[in-house]
Design a protein around this ligand. Structure first.
Ligand code: XMP
Length: 506
C-alpha cells in the first residue's frame, strides 16, 4: 500500500494511476488530513503543488508520523519542501523550467536510477529551484539548467525529484516509480483485477451479511460492474432497479435488460417513459430539463425501493475520481443538488451507502469487469449522460422528437461499429436542432429538421477534440439518415473542440 499525500497538484491523480499500473495499490489523501492509522502503508509519495515553498500560505504538512518511518519519494513541491525545511534552500530559478528536459548527469549506481540512462527525457514544471540540498543530501541527477534535479538524504530513505515521473513525457517515469516502490521500498506487485475481485467480494460479504441492498442500474459500465461484484457477494439479496426514462437510445432498455437478466442479476425493469415525458412537457431550459428528470428519477426510484421489504443499503457506482474530488485539497466542487433537499430526503437516500468501486479509476473498473466476465461490448460503451436524449433535443421535448432522434442516433452509432470506428471514439451521439431547413425530395420542396452529429476524443470528458471521421463514413451516414428517417432533410457534423465548446449542446 502506498500513501500519496496531495498538495493540490494537477498531476496527483496521474501519480496514483502510474502506481496502480505497476499493480501496486495506493490511496491519495490531502496533506492536511493524513489517515489516523498508517499501519497498511509501506511507502509515501509527496505530490507537487501550485504553491511555492516560499509563499506564506503554502502547505506545511506535519510529517512527524512519516519521516524516518517510511521510504519517501518527494516530487517537485514535495522535494523542495523537504529541502527547504531540512537545512537546504529553495530560490526562484533564473529560467522558469516548464516542459521537456534531459537528465545530463545521473549517478548510475543509485537504485532510484536503475535501468535509466543519462540523456533520458523528463517533464519539468516549476519556477522555484532547489539552491541547496538538505542536510546530508546527495545529488543524484542534474539537467543542463537544474543542478539538483534529484537527490537523496543519506541515512534516511528520502528521495526528492524536481521533475514529474507521473507525466507521460517523462520517458522512464514508470521505471523510476518501480525502482522506488519495488527495489527501494520492497513492495510486491500483487494488486491485480483478480486480487481486487477476491478481496472486495470477501469484504462485501463481511460488511453486508444477510442485509438487503438496492441498486439503480443505468446500463453504464460503473453501475453494471458494481452490481456484478455485489451479486457475487450477496446473490439474490441484491435488488437491481433499471428505470426506462424514455430518453435512452433506441432499443436500449429491452436489450440491456435482457443482458442483465442473462448475467443472473435480480433486476426489475421499470418503464416510466410516460411519467418522464409528462414531467418534461413544455420545458426547454437545459437546467430545468435536468432538474425535472432528476426529480422524476428520485420519485420513481423511491417508489420501487419501497417495494423491497426491509432494505438496509443503497449501492452506488461511485468511482475514485469523484471521491478524490470530494476530499481534495481544493475542497469539494460538487454540491448536493438543490432538489434533493426539497421536502426532505426521499427514503432511499436515508439508507446506508455501499460503494464497491470507490477506490477504482475508470479503466480499472473496466478491467475488473472483464475479469468477472462481463461482455466486452458492454464494458466498452461510450459514456451516456443521465438525462439522455433530453439534452440532445434542443428546445422542448415530444415523443415524436425522441423517436426521430433515436432513429438518427442508431444509424450513426451502428455505422461507427460497422466501420470499426466505435472504439476509436470516446463519445458520440446525434443532436436534434430546433431549426427547419428547406430541401428538395423528388419534385417536392421540403421543410424539415436538421440533425448534428458529434464524435469526440477525450480521456475524461474535461477536454475533448472532435474526431476526424472519414468523409466516406460521413457520406454514407448522412445518406442513410436522410433516406430513412422521416422528418430529417439535413445532416451537419460538429467540428468544435472543448474548450471552448462543450461535448453536449446543452
Ligand atoms: P459537457 O457537455 O459538459 O459534457 O462537455 C462532459 C461529459 O458529461 C456528460 N454530461 C452529463 N452526464 N448528466 C450526466 O450524467 C448530465 O446532466 C450531463 N451533462 C453532460 C457528457 O455526456 C459528457 O460525457
Amino acid at each position: 500500500n502506498v500513501l500519496i499525500l496531495d498538495f493540490g497538484s494537477q498531476y496527483t491523480q496521474l501519480i496514483a494511476r502510474r502506481v496502480r499500473e505497476l499493480n501496486i495499490y495506493c490511496e491519495i489523501h490531502p496533506y492536511h488530513n493524513i489517515p489516523e492509522s498508517l499501519d497498511e502503508f509501506k511507502a509515501v509519495i509527496l505530490s507537487g503543488s501550485p504553491f511555492s515553498t516560499r509563499a506564506e500560505d503554502a502547505p506545511h504538512p506535519d510529517l512527524s508520523r512519516i519521516k524516518g518511518k517510511f521510504p519517501i519519494l518527494a516530487v517537485c513541491y514535495g522535494a523542495q519542501y523537504l529541502a527547504h525545511f531540512n537545512g537546504g534552500s529553495v530560490a526562484p530559478s533564473n529560467i522558469r523550467e516548464y516542459g521537456r528536459a534531459k537528465l545530463s548527469m545521473i549517478k548510475a549506481e543509485e537504485p532510484l536510477f536503475k535501468n535509466i540512462q543519462e540523456g533520458t527525457q523528463v517533464w519539468m514544471s516549476h519556477s522555484d529551484t532547489i539552491a541547496k540540498l538538505p542536510e546530508n543530501g546527495i545529488r543524484l541527477a542534474s539537467t543542463p539548467d537544474v543542478l539538483n534535479a534529484a537527490y537523496r538524504v543519506d541515512g534516511q530513505q528520502i528521495y526528492g525529484i524536481q521533475f514529474h515521473p507521473e507525466v507521460y513525457h517523462t520517458t522512464d517515469g514508470k521505471q523510476l516509480l518501480e525502482n522506488f516502490l519495488v527495489h527501494i521500498a520492497g513492495i510486491e506487485q500483487s494488486w491485480t483485477p483478480a486480487a481486487f475481485v477476491d478481496t472486495t467480494v470477501d469484504a462485501l460479504k463481511e460488511q453486508l451479511g444477510d442485509d438487503k441492498v438496492v441498486l439503480g442500474l443505468s446500463g453504464g459500465v460503473d453501475s453494471t460492474v458494481a452490481a456484478i461484484l455485489l451479486h457475487k457477494a450477496i446473490g439474490k439479496n441484491l435488488y437491481c432497479i433499471f428505470v426506462n426514462n424514455g430518453l435512452l437510445r433506441k432499443n436500449e432498455f429491452s436489450d440491456v435488460l435482457s443482458q442483465y437478466k442473462d448475467m443472473g442479476l435480480n433486476v426489475k425493469g421499470v418503464d416510466a417513459s410516460v411519467r418522464f415525458l409528462e414531467a418534461l412537457k413544455d420545458v426547454s431550459d437545459p437546467e430545468l430539463k435536468r432538474k425535472a428528470i432528476g426529480n422524476a428519477f428520485i420519485e420513481v426510484f423511491d417508489d420501487e425501493a419501497h417495494q423491497v421489504e426491509d432494505v438496509d443499503w443503497l449501492a452506488q457506482g461511485t468511482i475514485y475520481p469523484d471521491v478524490i474530488e470530494s476530499v481534495s485539497v481544493n475542497g469539494p466542487s460538487v454540491t448536493i443538488k438543490s432538489h434533493h433537499n426539497v421536502g426532505g430526503l426521499p427514503d432511499f437516500m436515508k439508507l446506508k451507502v455501499v460503494e464497491p468501486l470507490r477506490m477504482l479509476f475508470k479503466d480499472e473498473v473496466r478491467r475488473v469487469g472483464a475479469e468477472m466476465g462481463i461482455d466486452k461490448k458492454l464494458l466498452g460503451r461510450h459514456p451516456f449522460p443521465g438525462p439522455g436524449l433530453a439534452i440532445r433535443i434542443l428546445g422542448d421535448i415530444t415523443a415524436e422528437k425522441v423517436r426521430i432522434l433515436q432513429e438518427v442516433d442508431a444509424i450513426f452509432i451502428n455505422g461507427l461499429r460497422k466501420w470499426d470506428l466505435y472504439d476509436k471514439v470516446w463519445q458520440a451521439g446525434a443532436i436534434l436542432l430546433p431549426v427547419q431547413s428547406v430541401g428538395v425530395m423528388g419534385d417536392e420542396r421540403t421543410y424539415e429538421k436538421v440533425v448534428a452529429l458529434r464524435a469526440v476524443e477525450s480521456t475524461d470528458g474535461m477536454t475533448a477534440d472532435w474526431v476526424n471521421l472519414p468523409y466516406e463514413f460521413l457520406q454514407e451516414t448522412s445518406n442513410h439518415i436522410i433516406n430513412r428517417v422521416k422528418g430529417v432533410n439535413r445532416v451537419v457534423y460538429d467540428i468544435s473542440s472543448k474548450p471552448p465548446a462543450t461535448i453536449e449542446w446543452e
